[in-house]
Write a protein that binds this ligand. Structure first.
Ligand code: C5P
Length: 232
């Protein structure tokens, strides 16, 4: 099968004119690829977590690229023309925003804050506004507003299920692509791309890896999250 592309954590293979296969690798990276390791079985955990969350979004009427699973770590997805932008929604302040702006760790955002970043490791994913995105031909203002609306709807679905699990969704990142003139949620939704904490502040997501916790502890947390997600 023809490999179309390979990123830090996933490989993309051609399936047919309308579909591609997304194979989740066992790699874990941070700092725009500066730090990298292998966690056996992580690809399966992230593929399964993403599949479950994509199905929840579809149930709530949000179009995603998800079609089904080929095997436990390989997703069948719609072939999208991906937009190289990472769209982040934040419910609570942590991560890059508390470094960039005079905002305190843990501050709540009501309403949530949506930010756009260029996917560009060499430039450390710079923040974009509507003007940058129009000039770089990434998306026009109308599309950006639509993407923001989808982010808010996705936040409702994700926050609800994560709260049923007894956990709190701090923030998440999505990527979008185009097919037949529509904007569709692509990529993945996993603990690599969202921040989840329990009410005591215990971290369950990739921040464990970013902060240097042992790999087996990172994996145990990904396993725990998927188990809790499956049982709500
Ligand atoms: O680092 P920052 O605070 O901007 O991250 C916001 C959210 O986006 C986090 O959930 C993080 O895991 C996710 N993210 C991502 N891929 C990146 C950067 C951030 O999934 N390259």
């Amino acid at each position: 099968m023809e490999k179309i592309s390979e990123g830090k954590t996933k490989e993309v293979f051609s399936l047919d004119n309308e579909h591609v296969l997304l194979r989740f690798k066992d790699s874990v990276t941070a700092g725009d690829g500066a730090k990298a390791d292998i966690i056996d079985g992580k690809g399966i955990l992230n593929a399964q977590t993403s599949a479950l969350l994509f199905r929840l979004l579809e149930r709530d009427g949000i179009e995603t690229h998800y079609v089904g699973m080929k095997d436990e770590r390989t997703m069948i997805v719609k072939r999208l023309a991906m937009i190289p932008v990472e769209v982040v929604l934040r419910n609570y302040a942590t991560g890059s925003i508390v470094k960039r702006l005079p905002i305190k760790e843990g501050e709540a955002f009501n309403p949530p804050i949506v930010e756009f970043f260029l996917k560009d490791d060499a430039r450390h994913d710079p923040l974009l506004n509507y003007h940058h995105m129009r000039h770089l031909k990434l998306m026009n203002e109308e599309e950006a507003r639509l993407v923001e609306e989808v982010m808010v709807r996705v936040n409702q679905t994700l926050s609800k299920v994560i709260s049923k699990m007894g956990l709190i969704l701090y923030d998440f990142k999505l990527e979008f692509g185009r097919v037949n003139g529509r904007l569709v949620v692509g990529d993945e939704i996993s603990l690599d791309s969202m921040r989840v904490r329990d009410p005591t502040g215990r971290i369950l997501d990739k921040d464990l890896y970013r902060k240097g916790y042992p790999l087996d502890q990172v994996k145990a947390s990904y396993v725990e999250f998927l188990d809790r997600l499956r049982s709500v």
